[in-house]
Design a protein around this ligand. Structure first.
Ligand code: AMP
Length: 213
């Protein structure tokens, strides 16, 4: 968990490789639905492009379905983002007898967030993330892994929308971290998202490996 631009997606890519878990990003799932052009996709777009959270009932239904389809270890990224979503998730995982083991909480300063988000690029084919300054591709504007595929920028990564997303984070998502801090059986791993990505990954991997032992 953490604000937009804290580095959740970057860390998720690394952790998936390290632990062999399935990465479920609510934002990626919603963007895929959005680009399908469906009625549901249009509804999602009206919230996402305004930097607002998608209503809980829609999110919970879509994520419950995606989670049910995963067999084995799972890492959630971008979900839950409200206390109501967290309660629905807990209920689903309890019924599946598979509660959460740990939450990774990333913090980052606003000016770092805005800088990171403005330079963020993604490969539309393989979804690999880049940053024009901090993690540039070998050839400017093109994916290292997918020949000839041009990198794209998310439509909600403009400054005004980022500020709106930060506001939504503070009002609706930060309370979820408090909710989880109250759960005794859950490990909370706090990391400083202002640091270098490799350093953060090392800290998270060390903490999660200690939990496995
Ligand atoms: P992300 O890629 O996680 O930054 O998500 C992009 C956008 O998708 C957010 O700004 C929201 O509009 C929407 N979204 C993603 N996950 C959620 C969620 N759990 N609850 C509500 N809206 C979400």
């Amino acid at each position: 968990m953490g604000p937009p631009g804290a580095g959740k997606g970057t860390q998720a890519e690394r952790l998936v490789k390290q632990f062999g878990m399935k990465h479920l990003s609510s934002g990626d799932i919603f963007r895929a639905e959005k680009s399908s052009g469906s009625e549901l996709g249009e509804k999602l777009a009206s919230y996402m492009d305004a930097g607002q959270l998608v209503p809980d009932d829609v999110v919970v239904e879509m994520m419950a379905k995606a989670i049910t389809q995963v067999d084995g270890g799972l890492m959630l990224d971008g979900f839950p983002r409200t206390v109501a979503q967290a309660e629905a998730l807990d209920k689903q995982l309890l019924e599946a007898n598979s509660p959460l083991d740990a939450i990774v909480v990333m913090v980052a300063e606003d000016d770092i967030i805005v800088k990171r988000i403005a330079g963020r690029r993604t490969c539309p084919a393989c979804k690999r993330g880049y940053h024009v300054t901090f993690m540039p591709p070998k050839t400017e504007g093109y994916c290292d892994d997918c020949e000839g595929v041009e990198l794209t920028q998310r439509s909600d990564d403009c400054e005004a929308t980022v500020r709106q997303r930060l506001e939504a984070y503070r009002a609706q998502t930060e309370p979820v971290i408090g909710y989880y801090r109250g759960c005794e059986s859950l490990a909370i791993v706090d990391v400083d998202g202002n640091l270098d990505a490799a350093l953060i990954a090392g800290e998270i991997i060390e903490a999660l490996t200690a939990l496995e032992a």
